[in-house]
Design a protein around this ligand. Structure first.
Ligand code: PAF
Length: 298
């Protein structure tokens, strides 16, 4: 049986652990092992996630494959802790909302270590530290981020992901897919966090001008970054996700509600930073970035 490690006990990590453990021996690497069992809640059914748990200190062998579904702002620290525990030919798979600097991360790895990015629209929320509530099915996409990963992606995909996930695909252009997901997050996360509303409410006509302006800015910046996005397609995608996840609270709405740090720096903050680099103005992204930062501080 294949073996995979998953860093942390976040919602996406637990959802993936639950799915992947049907064909793969999955182990969570957590800060401590105080939690005995992890639970998967799907409507009114609860089951124990068949996953092992370890800490870095008690790892017995080097890691061959690791998914890192931590927030963008936790990534650097997570990688620095993880890297000494990796096999020389390990595969590591990042997964988070917003943008991180893949080139910088790739430089931390050996050329024989594969770097991948996984994005998913499966929905999950954590009602407790040891549980994840499944809030909706969705497509998972995985793509290569360095040269060796390009060669190894087909076998990794066949061995780990295809057997366990029903809606999953390998993609050739993960950068474009990440920009598309970024647009979805720009349209939904900050507004739903400020309004403390479910995603579906953002379809109301009173928000459409702001959603349009936000995505217009994002598409414009993407072009300067060498990524061709079509505004209409990104609007369609964002509204489709609002509909599919109408009854969900976005991750940022949950973060603000629980007084946690959000991923805004990697979402609107990323657009603002890249716009600045190219001498562009992005007032709508700038405004939401500031508003969420103020909420975080409060
Ligand atoms: O961050 C989230 O909550 C999700 O990425 C999304 C797609 C906005 C759905 O709630």
């Amino acid at each position: 049986m294949n073996r995979i490690h998953i860093l942390g006990r976040g919602a996406i990590g637990l959802l993936l652990a639950n799915k992947l453990s049907s064909h793969t021996k999955s182990t969570l690497i957590t800060r401590d092992d105080s939690v005995e069992n992890y639970h998967f809640i799907d409507k009114d059914k609860t089951s124990v996630i068949p996953v092992n748990q370890t800490t870095f200190a008690s790892l017995k062998a080097k890691i061959s494959t690791c998914i890192i579904p931590v927030k963008a702002y936790q990534l650097n620290q997570a990688l620095h802790t993880l890297i000494p525990h990796l096999q020389d030919d390990a595969d590591i798979i990042l997964s988070h909302n917003g943008m991180s600097d893949i080139a910088e991360i790739a430089q931390l790895l050996k050329p024989s270590q594969g770097l991948y990015f996984l994005t998913t629209s499966m929905g999950g929320m954590k009602p407790a530290a040891n549980a994840v509530k499944y809030t909706g099915a969705g497509l998972t996409q995985i793509g290569a981020c360095n040269q060796i990963a390009q060669t190894r992606l087909p076998s990794l995909f066949e061995a780990l992901f295809k057997p366990s996930l029903s809606a999953v695909e390998q993609v050739t252009n993960i950068t474009e897919i990440r920009w598309q997901k970024l647009c979805v997050n720009i349209a939904i996360n900050p507004l739903s966090a400020l309004l403390q509303c479910q995603n579906g409410r953002l379809r109301a006509p009173c928000y459409s001008k702001q959603v349009l302006a936000l995505l217009n800015e994002a598409c414009h910046v993407a072009k300067y970054e060498g990524v061709e996005l079509k505004l209409l397609a990104e609007l369609e995608r964002a509204y489709k996700v609002m509909t599919l996840t109408a009854a969900n609270n976005s991750s940022m709405a949950q973060d603000i509600k629980l007084g946690r740090r959000t991923e805004i720096d990697a979402i609107c903050g990323f657009i603002v930073a890249r716009a600045k680099k190219h001498g562009l103005n992005v007032p709508e992204n700038e405004l939401l970035w500031q508003q969420i930062k103020r909420k975080e501080r409060a």
